[in-house]
Design a protein around this ligand. Sequence first.
Ligand code: ZN
Length: 425
Amino acid sequence: MSDRYTSDFVEFLCESPGVFHAVDAIARRLEKAGFSRLDERDPSWNLIPGGRYYVTRNGSACIAFRLPEGRPSELRIMASHSDSPCFKIKPDPEIESAGLVRLNIEPYGGMLKNTWYDRPLGVAGRVLICEDESKGIEQRLVYPDRDLLVIPSLAIHMDREANEKAMTNVQNDMLPVFADGPKKEKFLEIIADAAGVNSPESILGMDLFVVNRQRPFVWGPEDEFISAPRLDDLMCVFGTLAGFVESAGQNSLNMYCVFDNEEVGSRSRQGAESTFLTDCLERIRESLGLTFSEMQAAVQRGTMISADNAHAVHPNHTDKADPVNRPRMNGGIVLKFHAGQLYTTDGVSGAFVKKICRDNDIPLQTFVNRADMRGGSTLGNIANTQLSISTADIGLAQLAMHSSCETAGTRDVGYLVGFSRAFYA
Ligand code: ZN
């Protein structure tokens, strides 16, 4: 039995091959739910109490909020990230070798590189074009809907150690093959065509990524699993969005945040370490005529949930997990703890999460690294350096994190939607 959100989630994944498309898909869903778009370049945000708004930064991060009718008593924030490990295409990308054209790329984020070999790959991102001088530079999203690239592995006969030691030097081993024959700048022609411009000369800038084109697939005797690229963290992006949109606000100021660049440390103008969230809060405060102290009190009475996928115990490697805290797929919300503060959850914020789960019959499990393992990082503690607010780290249990195709439980999406709806209410 899969979940009632599964087909909508699959659709969202298909609409989101990269960060720009993901934020575009989020914006469309927010518009449909009656949220109005704001522009950070507009000096006057004339916000109305009870109103619903959203704003994007760099086209790859998004903050949506629902204002209470009266003065906000507290903040309720859920934050996740739009990006996933992939490869960024370098400028002037075509390079020849052995009579073939390859694309020059560099890695983005800490991926399991060997999972990118021998798969249908595509290109997604944005280009900046100038066709009409009177319009200046315009941005267009591009995602040619076709398989464009493959990173071929080296035959076992030429690499007898391949099963012991994968070849993962991106520059030497992993440039994707694009075309047969000599370099002809054909790649930029395809991108120009996807952007709807006549010639590659019109393209002045680009942020293009190599992405896995594998379609999400639901599997298992009871459709209990989903495997797809980018489940980390689009699963939390989707689940928190569905709950946010469905929730009815009370006196709290409810915010939905999606940051970019988590996979490379969050230090960018659209990352969790940026001022995006605090800038929004300051503009909300100014527009609603709240004093600094009123907003501070609402922040300190409030809670943030950092939602980023967690590791399920791997059935073939059970010793890699903590002996007691052992999340599994379809086991519900995972509450994460880390003594070194890479996860923000403490007794107070953990109790808050536990109470929501208990009051709403949502299963809860816990994750802690083995004491001798470093584990990963996420965005909650980084966002806390900008906004000092009580925070808990949660996620949904998955396998194969940072593989080009990851695996998770279909029922967990519904658990996160339910949690998020209850949290905002
Ligand atoms: Zn993540």
